[in-house]
Every structure is written in structure tokens, then in C-alpha cells.
Design a protein around this ligand. Structure first.
Ligand code: PBE
Length: 267
């Protein structure tokens, strides 16, 4: 029996997300680096639109290929798999890092110490993301902080309280980063900081920290997803290393689809 041509069924289109996302660039790179994807396109729209299309396809058991990432609740909600990426365009398992502006250590040592210690697991982030399906992120983050006082105490141990110092955290506009930023906001506010959260595109996020317009960010996905921005501004910010290990991006399909690798796709 001849295998069905998935490409034809989905109009040779990968369902992407926002234009400024690192994964959008990685998907464009994938389309140009895999010869079998000649003629394929990425449909760029929004995360919400991608999730709606994914859900519709699954409800009808139709084929679909989306630009996907984890941690994300879509893996808990649906049966999904990553397509193998033998050329490694999407990178391997990643970490989410913390970067701060150059003078933060000197000017706000209390915040620097807490941000430097801020580290959690994919499960923690996922629980905030999942709760935030039914409440706002601030509430979900507060719930996580209430339930994880021991972890929070390790981040804040021995740090002096401050009296209303303003600090601006720059994030990117995805649920993963809304989760970490809102948890960091609550922890810093408990310490006496006055915290502003500013969501921007990844390129703007790196630039804001490099120029000192923003104080810190827990949002870089590295080494691949935001690697080009990281390199562009390297040396102009302080790199505090990972805050979460085990992130991933790639092409994601429902498990009922009979393909396993990007190389299985036909031109
Ligand atoms: N994401 C989620 C973002 C970073 C966090 C994978 C959609 C991106 O591609 O830039």
C-alpha cells in the first residue's frame, strides 16, 4: 500500500506561532536546510491560533504539524510527539537561563542574589501553567509560592529586605515565561521590591538587558532557540546560568500520525 502523502493533506504547511519567536526562525531554517521540505511553508500566526488548529485537527483525527515546545500543557492535554530532527536544526534539550544588566550586582545585590539562586524544575513551571488555565498567572504563581516555601526560602536565605526599590523584569509573551516571571515577581515583592513585568519579543528582551533598560530576564531559551540573540549581545549582560533544565522545541505532531522524522516528509 502506498503511504499517504502527509504534505499534500496539510497543503505543505507547518502551523507556526508569532513572527518574533525563536522557534519561528528555527522553523524557517528547517525549511531551508531539509531538501525534502523544498516547497513547504510555515504559516505564522499566534500561539493561540496554533493551539486552536491543533485541537481542531485532533478532534477530527486529521494530520497537522505544529511548531511546538515543552514545557507546555499541550503535552498533558493531547497525545503528541516530536518529529526527529536528524540535522539538529532545533537543537537538543535546552535550558532556560537568567540574564541581568551589567550593574545589577553592584546596585541591587539583594535582587541579584535571589535571581542568581532562582532555579526550579519543568514540573514546577508546568503546574503554574496548568493552574493558569483557570486563573490568572499572578494567582497561579502565588499558589506555587505558597506550596513551595522551602524552595523559596533557599533563594532568599540571608538576603536583606529592601524598602520599595523598583525592579523591571523583562519577559517574552509565552506561558512558560509568564510563569517564571510571576513567581520571581512575588518572591522579590516579599523581599520589599516593587516589581514591573514587561513582555517583549526575544530580540527586544536581550537588547533591553544589554542596554540596561530592563534589569533582569528569566526568559532566554538556550543554547539554540535564542542563541543568535545571546551571541549578538554577549558580554553586554551578566549571564547567571540556567533557571530550568529540560526545555525543548521542534516540530510536533499527534501520535496517530504515521511519521517519526522530519526526513519522512515528502516534497
Ligand atoms: N517559545 C516559548 C519561545 C520561547 C519560549 C519556545 C515559543 C520562542 O520560540 O522564542
Amino acid at each position: 500500500e502506498a503511504s499517504t502523502n502527509v504534505g499534500e493533506e496539510i497543503d505543505y504547511t507547518i502551523t507556526g506561532i508569532e513572527p518574533g519567536a525563536g522557534i519561528t526562525q528555527a522553523t524557517d531554517d528547517t525549511l531551508s536546510e531539509y531538501e525534502n521540505l523544498a516547497g513547504w511553508e510555515q504559516e505564522i500566526s499566534s500561539t493561540a491560533a496554533m493551539l486552536t488548529e491543533l485541537e481542531n485537527a485532533i478532534n477530527n483525527e486529521e494530520p497537522i504539524i505544529v511548531a511546538g515546545w515543552s514545557p507546555h500543557y499541550k503535552f498533558a492535554k493531547f497525545d503528541l510527539k516530536y518529529l526527529e530532527d536528524p540535522k539538529g536544526v532545533y537543537g537538543d534539550v535546552e535550558y532556560i537561563g537568567t540574564i541581568v544588566r551589567k550593574d545589577l550586582k553592584e546596585e541591587m545585590p539583594e535582587a541579584y542574589t535571589i535571581l542568581d539562586r532562582f532555579q526550579w524544575e519543568a514540573d514546577d513551571m508546568e503546574s503554574v501553567m496548568l493552574d493558569a488555565q483557570n486563573m490568572d498567572f499572578e494567582e497561579a504563581a502565588q499558589q506555587w509560592v505558597d506550596e513551595n516555601q522551602e524552595t523559596v526560602a533557599k533563594w532568599t536565605e540571608g538576603v536583606d529586605p529592601v524598602d520599595g526599590t523598583s525592579i523591571e523584569l523583562v519577559l517574552t509573551p509565552w506561558d512558560t515565561e509568564r510563569s517564571s516571571a510571576n513567581v520571581a515577581k512575588i518572591v522579590l515583592e516579599q523581599q520589599g521590591f516593587n516589581v514591573t513585568l514587561t513582555p517583549v519579543d526575544p530580540a527586544v528582551m536581550f537588547k533591553a538587558i544589554a542596554t540596561g533598560d530592563g534589569d533582569a530576564s528569566l526568559a532566554p531559551w538556550l543554547p539554540a532557540t535564542h542563541g543568535a540573540f545571546f551571541e549578538e549581545f554577549e558580554g553586554e549582560f551578566d549571564d547567571l546560568g540556567e533557571n530550568l533544565i529540560g526545555a525543548k522545541i521542534g516540530l510536533v505532531v499527534p501520535t496517530y500520525m504515521d511519521i517519526n522524522s522530519i526526513e519522512d516528509l515528502e516534497p
